[in-house]
Design a protein around this ligand. Sequence first.
Ligand SMILES: Cc1cc2nc3c(=O)[nH]c(=O)nc-3n(C[C@H](O)[C@H](O)[C@H](O)COP(=O)(O)O)c2cc1C
Length: 351
Amino acid sequence: MRLNRKLEHIEFSLQQKSIEGANGFNDITLVHNSLPQLNWEEIDTRCKFLGKNLSVPLLINAMTGGHKELEGINGDLAKVAATTGVALAVGSQRAALEDTSTQYSFSVVREMNPQGVVLANLGADCTLEEARAAIKMIKADGLQLHLNAPQELAMAEGDRKFKGILENIHMLNRDLEVPVIVKEVGFGMCRESIRRIAGVGVSYIDVGGSGGTNFMAIEEARCGKETEFSWGIPTAISSLEGLSLEKKDLNLIASGGIRHALDIIKALAMGCPLVGMARPFLKVLVEGSYDQLNTYLADLISDIHRLMLMLGARTIKDLQRVPLIISGNTYHWLCRRGIYVDHYARREGIF
Ligand SMILES: Cc1cc2nc3c(=O)[nH]c(=O)nc-3n(C[C@H](O)[C@H](O)[C@H](O)COP(=O)(O)O)c2cc1C
């Protein structure tokens, strides 16, 4: 059952088409700089994440594992992460906790990427023992705890009990030996949710916004049901909601529907220290090859350099100071939520 689900997630996710603008980033504009006063080789995209160096603040987000057939995908994702110096998360390790013979489909990532940042992944309702086993399985630098109520509710076999999750996150964050990253899976987060998660001590939150892979539609397709409505908060809005909390010790990861370097640059410029992408990497690998994935990632990183130069930003820190305009539905949303005037008007340099 779980294997079929994992394979169907890959199959149905690859059939989905990205809807241009659905992630909200078209409402964010970065202002071109005609005098960047920088040379190409000066651009420095390096950053630290969980105490290790990344060549660029990018995460290959959680996708798969849990069967022999999936070893190749996780192995290739780990190899490309090691070659390019980006972080990598595995898919939910629940399957390997239930059937230990599938553990290698996860631990292969550590074998292929011994030095890099590798994240374990489980549902946020897991026990401390399960969390420790998942971390140990891949010698993880951190544990992603996913929140996915809309996905579970769209699944015939899905969970229906969501009480006590925040308390469980609190316990895991307090008792685990590695940092916890709480993530959504494409439905986004509002600032109230982010505040509550941060309030129990979590320092890393991946907003996992809407506009990309749509797990409600995937689960409905698996049941043979037609999708009638969509759900979630676009990634740009989710990120801005969280950033408006201005919590110094909170690291917000922007992900969900990120499809090119410009969206990555916008998220970094807004103030997110890390950006995640999932389906695009899977698509290039499954429908193409490992070499194509390598080229795809190298091109993405080169585009990040290009955009930084065009903005006159030598480092990621400089990027956070470039003029940024928020307009359209995102501006309207932030105004209606009472967020814009407090926070973003200042960021745009209006006050
Ligand atoms: C095939 C597939 C499987 C996924 N499985 C998981 C998972 O096991 N755990 C999880 O936290 N997220 C999972 N995700 C969600 C991604 O990590 C990410 O949050 C979501 O796809 C939105 O990003 P994207 O639009 O860049 O794909 C999966 C995504 C895909 C495409």
